[in-house]
Design a binder for this molecule. Structure first.
Ligand code: XUL
Ligand code: CO
Length: 434
């Protein structure tokens, strides 16, 4: 038992009436829904970076947290951090975790030293994953924090940065493969630009497309069976991010011939920053068969930057899972809590309670989504709204042309009368389930 978590017992399911703040009220991993336990629907993961690497800083002040594994600049403390992380995975009973290279070992100053540290710490993870029973949902490379990446990684004007990034992603894919990771994620980080005055956007996009093709080639070369995912995010940290939202990423993947090889990792907060709802982003991806995984969190609606809070809005989460379930579930993906404590939430108890609350909110949302699917009310309303398209005339119109459509409009005296979209009635319907 590490010092940090010594007073915290494994979290149990207490049920909706329990008053224990450290118990699950809605997430019972074994509860079956639509023929599958909640554990397998939700596939929860803890994000190593927010829970163990982030120290509580903001643009106006530094570290507020005090953890036994600080300062994070030695391999000894990286192992201490890992000891605590796996203990927390056990306490929460989460099936998965996710990491960036930079979260799990301190920077070594050169590629060979980084690679050797990555090997060392992931070798340390292996037996712990076995012992605790936690698997790797995805690995990724942090190609945005170090100053070498200030002008991007694969989109950097300097080919040496492209090379460093390629070698780094190769090493992170090797580590992910070694640990049996089920996906590999690339979030653009600084793949974007501040000003066109100094940027050749077309060339940068071509380099990013080539880089991602190399990722896919390497996946096949090493026999990695997981899914390659890209994670859309707008306007942060670069003013103009190339992977702005799901639709932008899908266009990019098609342009570079990657639509059958790469899927999307969608994040609630990134959807909000892009001016969308989370369910919009999920529906864009599922309509193209490209939903890979979700980063679950909550963005502040007033702030305009990425606040990465733990989710606590059941209706929002329910609509997100509604679209996930409708498309057949998360596949190799999962629900990764890309969420961090507020910087005043100093205690180990805060960290555990944040995850417990997040897991409960997701369980409530998923159950509401499943109930709406089983009831069929939204599907029925949809098929009624689009029923006109089931007629032979409507189907034939899609195969015809403007001239014959215009003739038919005249011949049949077509003059449509608008019908209600019934939005409030449907919102009231959803309220019955959440
Ligand atoms: C950044 C973000 C990342 C990715 C992984 O906003 O979401 O943590 O999930 O690089
Ligand atoms: Co994310």
């Amino acid at each position: 038992m590490t010092d940090f978590l010594k007073d915290i017992a494994p979290v149990k399911f207490g049920g909706p009436d329990s008053t224990d703040p450290m118990a699950f009220h809605h997430y019972d991993a074994d509860e079956t829904l639509m023929g599958k336990p909640l554990r397998d629907h939700l596939r929860f993961a803890v994000a190593y970076w927010h829970s163990f690497a982030w120290e509580g800083g903001d643009p106006f002040g530094g570290q507020t947290f005090q953890r036994p594994w600080y300062p994070q600049d030695t391999m000894e403390n990286a192992r201490k951090k890992a000891d605590t992380a796996f203990e927390m995975f056990r306490i929460l009973g989460v099936p998965y975790f996710c990491f960036h290279d930079a979260d799990i070992h301190p920077d070594g100053g050169s590629f060979p030293e980084n690679e050797s540290r990555l090997k060392e710490i992931t070798d340390y993870f292996g037996p712990k994953m076995e012992e605790v029973g936690t698997k790797l949902l995805w690995g990724t490379a942090n190609m945005f924090s170090h100053r070498r990446y200030m002008s991007g990684a694969s989109t950097n004007p300097d080919p040496d940065v492209f090379a460093f990034a390629a070698a780094t992603v190769k090493s992170c894919m090797d580590a992910t493969h070694k640990l049996g990771g089920e996906n590999y994620v690339l979030w653009g980080g600084r793949e974007g630009y501040e000003t066109l005055i100094n940027t050749d956007m077309g060339q940068e996009l071509d380099h990013m497309g080539r880089f991602l093709n190399m990722v896919v080639d390497y996946k096949h070369k090493i026999g990695f069976k997981g899914t390659i995912l890209v994670e859309p995010k707008p306007q942060e940290p670069s003013k103009h991010q190339y992977d702005y939202d799901a639709a932008t990423c899908i266009g990019f993947l098609r342009k570079y011939g990657l639509e059958n090889e790469v899927k999307l990792n969608l994040e609630q907060g990134h959807a909000i920053l892009a001016g969308h709802t989370f369910e919009h982003e999920i529906a864009v991806a599922t309509s193209e068969g490209m939903l890979g995984s979700i980063d679950m969190n909550r963005n502040d609606y007033q702030s305009g930057w990425d606040t990465d809070q733990f989710p606590n809005n059941v209706p929002e989460v329910a609509l997100a899972y509604y679209h996930v379930l409708k498309s057949g579930g998360l596949g190799t993906g999962g629900t990764n809590f890309d969420a961090k404590l507020r910087r005043q939430s100093l205690d180990a108890e805060d960290l555990i309670a944040a995850h417990v609350g997040g897991m409960d909110v997701c369980a409530r949302g998923l159950k509401a989504a499943a109930a709406m699917i089983e009831d069929g009310g939204l599907e029925k309303a949809l098929s009624e709204r689009y029923a006109g398209w089931d007629t032979p005339e409507a189907k034939a119109m899609l195969e015809s042309d403007f001239a014959s459509i215009a003739e038919r409009v005249v011949a049949e005296g077509i003059n449509p009368e608008p019908r209600s979209g019934r939005q409030e009635i449907l919102e009231n319907y959803i309220n019955r389930f959440v």
